[in-house]
Each structure stands twice: as structure tokens, then as C-alpha cells.
Ligand binder design. Structure first.
Ligand code: ATP
Ligand code: MG
Length: 501
């Protein structure tokens, strides 16, 4: 049942007109009656109608002309033609001219009700269809605007071909469309190719989700011809496009941020280098000042005509002191060289518990003397990893040495905790103490060469530790702990075999 509609009835025969008006009003519609074509055209311009019932034989103009006028003014309004002519030609003629349906006089009321109800339903569905088409067009337009103005390059790959590229993608990558994927290999930096292929296989194998990678890319595809590459951050996701599997690629040009990252790294290296230089200068200046003042004293003595045995004694002492000072300078230089050229690691499969236990044994006497309790918890099933056990032992020894110094100044219970465990493809070696911890203000400096807070320290221990662990492809982190002391955590990769330098 269609709700009450606004209907126009056009018929010059009063009896028929009244019959139609009464019947349709009875059905709940609002009905407007006209007796001529002209009147109907005026009425349709003034009001919108949901439906028109139109007699074919009007006195002033024939029904086809009237219908043409109605449809011109209100194309969405369905028209039902009423014809007194029972021939099939007149019916076909009505439909061909654009009528929705036709009724032949005389008609049953039931037929009238059925035909009008169908026409009104059609009108309602037609309106809904137009509204959803408009909404679809609007949403397509919105997405098109978003995609076309996006600063992120977007492209769609299907059947191993790029089938869509947005303007940013074309601007940055050039026109890649139409090229089969394997031809795009020449656009990727050779060092990143393996990574990209692995990410692609991972995406395909998982059959859902997405993968991310960053890599170097030659926009013109002419790698090797001395062309600058760009850095790209890319996310690939599987999705369904036009009934088939496809890959959606979002890619962003991160060349600028990579450049800034590099500048920052260089800057921080320069700052570290500055600190190192200041450290070396500081270490060398004291003995050098000593040597200079001894030289002056010696010069004074040599101006004397004759040297007494006492003077000779003084000269001997001066030479000895100068030797001490020069040895000190030599040891500084040696430490600097040790740092810049530590022994090359000899990598082999090792169990990281081994260097931990060896370091514990070596420090056992010192720890006992300093009344430090040791609590070790080493994971029994620790996977093996590549490394130089001897160098890792040195790292642990340095850390134990620092922990001992840190706990020395505290009177309460002194506990050194050593722990190993494995997590997420990494092996972790942890050294914790109950010392005073590292104050927040110096945390970022403790790994710098020559940074020390100890009067007799050279500040090279942690710098060497970091160097060794980095050479293993791992890293060291320092944090506070619940005993108020410091915790150093070394992470070594399990599956990465870092080549010996
Ligand atoms: N366990 C720790 N607790 C508190 N502070 C620490 C700890 N380990 C290191 N530090 C801080 O970091 C600084 C640098 O340590 P690093 O081992 O590099 O040098 P150092 O111990 O002072 O001298 P060196 O190791 O060359 O004899 C230390 O002087 C100290 O201030
Ligand atoms: Mg140290």
C-alpha cells in the first residue's frame, strides 16, 4: 500500500473525471482535477505531482502533446494514459511516448487501484534510487578528492600490474602503471631489494593484514646511472578490488627526514668527538704541566757553574717524576687507541651464560672482600648466538667493576644481580646493583668516552662496552631499578650473524 499521494486527473468527460477523483480520494490520495491539456500544463508548473492520469482525447490538445509538456516540466512524474481506443496501437503509442502505463476505458476500479499503486511504487523506488546514486556519486567524489590531493602516494596492484596511481604517486615515482611488477626491480636500491622481496612474500603468505618497509628508490628507474635515490616509507595491504585480490600501496617520501636524521647523527657525533677531545686534553694537560715545571727547575739547575751532590739528587728525582708523567701520557694514548681500535671480535656460536659465569668467577674474590652478595639467575635453555665470548666477558667485568664502585659508597646491603633471558629473538644479559644509581642529569653521557665521576676513573669502561656490543649488532640500555641502583641490560641478536671487523 502506497501512502496518500498528490495526483492530477486530466479528463474532459465529467463522469469519468468525477469517478476517478472519488475513487482515488477514497484510496487516501489528494486529487486535483483538470478538464483540458492547457489547464493540466499550468497546474503541473504550479504544483509538483506524484502521478498524473491523463485522457488521450482532450478537446484542446491531444494527450500525447499534453504528456510531452508534462514530462518536460516534471520528468520524474509518472503518467498513466487513459484511452477509450481499445486498439493495441494506441496502447503501444502511449508507452512509446513515455507513459508509465495505460488504462483502457471502461476500466474496473480494482484495475485503477492496481495501476496507480504500481506507478506510485515505481516513483518512490525511482526517487530512492536517484537519492542513493547521488549519495554514491558524492561519496566517490569525496574519496577521489582525498586520494587525488593526498600527500601520500597511493597505488593499486592487481595481477602483478599497477592498475592505479594517484597524482602524488605519479609525481614521486614517475609513471609506473602498465609495467609488470618484476620490471620495477630496477627502481629499487640493490641493497634493499632482498628486504622488499621478503616483505612481498610475507604479505602474500599471510593472505591478510599489511606489511611495512622503508627502502631506497630511484624515481626514474635508472639506478646505476649516477642518479640520486629517495627514501620511501611504504605500507602494503591486501584487499579486494573489483572482485579480485589486489594490493594497496601507501608510500611516503621520507628523504627529508632521513637527511635530518643523518644531520642529527653527525651533529651528535661531533658533540661526542668534542667531549672526547676535551677528555683527552684534560688527561694529558696535568702530566704535561708537570713535565714543563720540572724542565724549568732543571734549566735553573743547569745554569749553575757547579752541581752539588744534592743538586744531582734533585735532578735524578726530577727525571723520575718526568718519567711518571710521560708514562701517564702514554697510558692515555694507549687507552684512546684501545678504544678506537679494540680487538677485532672473533665471532663463533656461544652460550651467553658462559661469559657471564666466567666474569662472576673472576670477580668473586673482589666481591667477597667488598661484602657484596651475588644473586645470579641464568636461563638454563638459553639459545646460542654468534659472538666473541671473551669480549662479552670484558663487558660484564666492566659493568661489575662499575657496580662495585657504585655500591662501595653505600653502607646498607650490597647486592649484585646477574640475569640472562631470551625474548623476541634477542638474548638479554642484565647487571643490576644496589648502588646510588645514575643521576638523571648524566644518564646520556655515561657512554661517552672519558666521561667519569670517579676521581681515579678514566671514563672509558662503558664506551668500550658499548663499542663491543654494537660490534655484535646489539645494544646496551641503562635504567634505574627498585633498589635505587642502576641496571644495565645488554641485548644480543640471536639470528643475526654480524661479520667480524
Ligand atoms: N653501576 C653504576 N652505578 C652508578 N653510576 C655508574 C654505574 N656505572 C657507570 N656509572 C657512571 O658512569 C660513569 C662512566 O662509567 P665508565 O665505566 O665509562 O667509567 P669509569 O668507571 O668512571 O672509569 P673506567 O671504567 O674507565 O675506570 C661513571 O663514572 C659513573 O658516574
Ligand atoms: Mg668503569
Amino acid at each position: 500500500m502506497v501512502d496518500g499521494a498528490n495526483i492530477m486527473v486530466v479528463d474532459d468527460e465529467e463522469i469519468v473525471r468525477d469517478l476517478l477523483v472519488d475513487a482515488l480520494t477514497e484510496q487516501g490520495h489528494t486529487v486535483h482535477a483538470c478538464h483540458s491539456g492547457q489547464q493540466a500544463l499550468e497546474a503541473i508548473s504550479a504544483n509538483g505531482y506524484d502521478l498524473v492520469l491523463l485522457d488521450i482525447g482532450l478537446p484542446d490538445m491531444d494527450g500525447f502533446h499534453t504528456m510531452a509538456g508534462i514530462l518536460e516540466k516534471s520528468p520524474d512524474t509518472p503518467v498513466i494514459m487513459i484511452t477509450g481506443d481499445a486498439t493495441i496501437e494506441s496502447a503501444v503509442g502511449a508507452l512509446k511516448s513515455g507513459a508509465y502505463d495505460f488504462l483502457r476505458k471502461p476500466f474496473q476500479l480494482e484495475m485503477l487501484q492496481k495501476t496507480t499503486s504500481n506507478a506510485l511504487k515505481f516513483k518512490r523506488l525511482d526517487r530512492a534510487r536517484r537519492a542513493s546514486e547521488a549519495a554514491l556519486r558524492e561519496s566517490e567524489e569525496r574519496f577521489r578528492t582525498l586520494v587525488e590531493n593526498s600527500l601520500i602516494g597511493i597505488c593499486i596492484i592487481q595481477n602483478n600490474r599497477i592498475i592505479f596511481q594517484n597524482p602524488e604517486q605519479k609525481r614521486f615515482y614517475g609513471k609506473l602503471a602498465e609495467k609488470p611488477l618484476n620490471k620495477l626491480v630496477s627502481y629499487v636500491h640493490p641493497d634493499d631489494l632482498e628486504k622488499i622481496i621478503a616483505a612481498y612474500h610475507q604479505l602474500i603468505a599471510e593472505e591478510s593484514g599489511s606489511v611495512e618497509a622503508h627502502f631506497r628508490f630511484y624515481p626514474s628507474g635508472s639506478r646505476g646511472k649516477d642518479v640520486e635515490f629517495r627514501w620511501v616509507q611504504c605500507r602494503a595491504s591486501l584487499f579486494h578490488y573489483q572482485g579480485e585480490d589486489a594490493i594497496l600501496l601507501n608510500a611516503m617520501d621520507i628523504t627529508r627526514s632521513k637527511e635530518l636524521e643523518h644531520i642529527l647523527r653527525v651533529k651528535s657525533k661531533m658533540i661526542s668527538l668534542g667531549r672526547v677531545a676535551a677528555g683527552i686534553a684534560h688527561e694529558i694537560r696535568n702530566p704535561l704541566t708537570g713535565i714543563n715545571s720540572y724542565l724549568y727547575t732543571m734549566e735553573d739547575l743547569l745554569t749553575l757553574d757547579e752541581l752539588s751532590s744534592e743538586d744531582l739528587q734533585v735532578m735524578k728525582q726530577i727525571v723520575e717524576q718526568m718519567q711518571v708523567a710521560s708514562n701517564r701520557i702514554e697510558s692515555v694514548i694507549k687507552r684512546v687507541l684501545d678504544f678506537s681500535r679494540p680487538g677485532a671480535p672473533t665471532m663463533s656460536l656461544m652460550n651467553a651464560n658462559q661469559p657471564m659465569e666466567d666474569a662472576m668467577k673472576l670477580s668473586a674474590v673482589t666481591l667477597r672482600k667488598k661484602q657484596i652478595q651475588v644473586k645470579a639467575s641464568l636461563e638454563k635453555q638459553l639459545p646460542e648466538c654468534y659472538g666473541d665470548a671473551h669480549l662479552i666477558e670484558q663487558v660484564i667485568l666492566n659493568m661489575i667493576d662499575n657496580a662495585v664502585k657504585a655500591m662501595q659508597i653505600k653502607d646498607d646491603t650490597r647486592v649484585l644481580r646477574l640475569r640472562t633471558y631470551t625474548k623476541n629473538n634477542g638474548i638479554y644479559l642484565v647487571v643490576s646493583d644496589t648502588g646510588a644509581g645514575v643521576p638523571a642529569g648524566i644518564r646520556e653521557k655515561i657512554f661517552d668516552p672519558f666521561f667519569t665521576t670517579e676521581t681515579d676513573g678514566s671514563g672509558i669502561g662503558l664506551a668500550i662496552c658499548q663499542r663491543i656490543v654494537n660490534d655484535h649488532g646489539g645494544n646496551i640500555k641503562m635504567s634505574g631499578n627498585r633498589w635505587g641502583g642502576a641496571t644495565f641490560t645488554i641485548e644480543l641478536p640471536i639470528d643475526k650473524r654480524v661479520d667480524s671487523r
